[in-house]
Design a binder for this molecule. Sequence first.
Ligand SMILES: Cc1cc2nc3c(=O)[nH]c(=O)nc-3n(C[C@H](O)[C@H](O)[C@H](O)COP(=O)(O)OP(=O)(O)OC[C@H]3O[C@@H](n4cnc5c(N)ncnc54)[C@H](O)[C@@H]3O)c2cc1C
Length: 278
Amino acid sequence: MSYRRFDVSVLRIEQLSAAFRRLTLVSPDLAEVAWAGVDQRVKLVLPAPPEAGDPVDGDWFEWWRALPDELRPPMRTYTLAAHRPEAGEVDIDFAVHGDSGPLSSFALRADVGDRIFLVAPGTDAPPEAGVAWRPGTASNLLCIGDETALPAIRNILRGLSADQSCDVLVEVPDPSDRLPLVTSARLRLDWVVRPAGTPVGSRAEEFLFGAAASPDSPGEPDPELWLEATGSGAERYAWVAGEVAWVNRLRKRLAPAGYGRGNAAFMGYWRAGHPARG
Ligand SMILES: Cc1cc2nc3c(=O)[nH]c(=O)nc-3n(C[C@H](O)[C@H](O)[C@H](O)COP(=O)(O)OP(=O)(O)OC[C@H]3O[C@@H](n4cnc5c(N)ncnc54)[C@H](O)[C@@H]3O)c2cc1C
């Protein structure tokens, strides 16, 4: 089975900025995580209450899915920010949003030694497991994201080479969240800081297009959005991730510029007003 559940505990906690809190998770088994870098996604699962029992014979996902709602522990998706196999450690960088979600709350209140489960590709997984970044041979790259996409953008940039160029736009809630980014590529980097109370993404849209598009009709939840590039051999490639309604608007607004199914990935990382489905 390529995805495995790792029983890990919190080793270190570091407040990187106003929003970002890094938890370093540890277990000797973490040497068996397949680390692909870029935007590789993993799941974090909070411990189940004792009444839920334990998965028998390893198929934790079937066990988790079959639990009644009141016993099923929250599961959320995060980016593997770093992996140090020799130390049995991974880092997860949480863009903390208070106590409004169970995983944000966990990150905010975690103590060293707290236990959680990490679901990640094992070393028998295919190299592309959990990776949406697929630029093919494109050398003109575009990355746009909000704070939840910053850990992925940071790892994507780190892997680029000097013969690539990348335009990056990141919207964050606080000036201190403009974390250092390192790359060998020719980089044009723009940060947009979102004033408190401003809808997510609107400042980035103003930056890109001069004005934010009108929000979708209130009361109608946005559908989940997960479009990976199908591959086109195009010279340009775009990767866009963040709040789903915003990413959907960007998808429509970037189409006239030549970004579509072949050469662009548009991914809803979270939904304003709705808990993630896990
Ligand atoms: C592939 C992928 C990679 C991701 N990587 C990261 C990562 O590295 N770091 C990271 O912080 N997040 C990341 N996310 C986003 C994260 O999974 C969501 O923000 C998730 O909803 C957080 O779970 P929660 O339990 O805190 O809140 P939920 O229970 O899911 O939501 C509760 C409430 O909080 C709101 N909410 C959720 N997230 C935010 C937010 N960021 N800001 C403001 N309000 C919010 C929801 O709209 C809802 O109203 C990633 C998501 C995906 C799909």
